[in-house]
Design a protein around this ligand. Structure first.
Ligand SMILES: [Zn+2]
Length: 111
């Protein structure tokens, strides 16, 4: 999947570990996520059937989850709504980080 940002940069989603992609879920889904985690801790599910367990879905795909991309060129946020439309938000200030979705990666090695 690819789309053009308003700055004309092409945002591509064809692999995993994308540094400009993130997911969000509403606070209203938080209780369901933590309840599902607690249930799994009490009664673990074998890994081979984990994806078939409906009680795991609140963790895998929380209700109201959104896919988001941040353009690495201009910093605009693109948030996908339930109908598949991407809503675009432009940073208001110069100097807004363009790497908000990058995971921190430590270069230090464990002792
Ligand atoms: Zn852009």
């Amino acid at each position: 999947m690819k789309f053009h940002c308003q700055c004309d940069h092409v945002i591509s989603d064809s692999t995993t570990d994308i540094p400009y992609k993130a997911y969000s879920w509403p606070d209203q889904s938080r209780d369901a996520v933590f309840a599902a985690i607690e249930r799994l801790m009490e009664r673990p599910v074998p890994a081979d059937i984990l994806q078939q367990d409906a009680l795991v879905w609140p963790i895998v795909i929380p209700k109201g989850q959104r896919t988001m991309y941040q353009c690495p060129e201009c910093g605009r946020l693109h948030i996908k709504s339930d109908d598949g439309h991407y809503w675009c938000f432009k940073p208001e200030f110069d100097g807004t980080p363009k790497t908000l979705f990058q995971a921190s990666r430590s270069t230090e090695k464990a002792p």
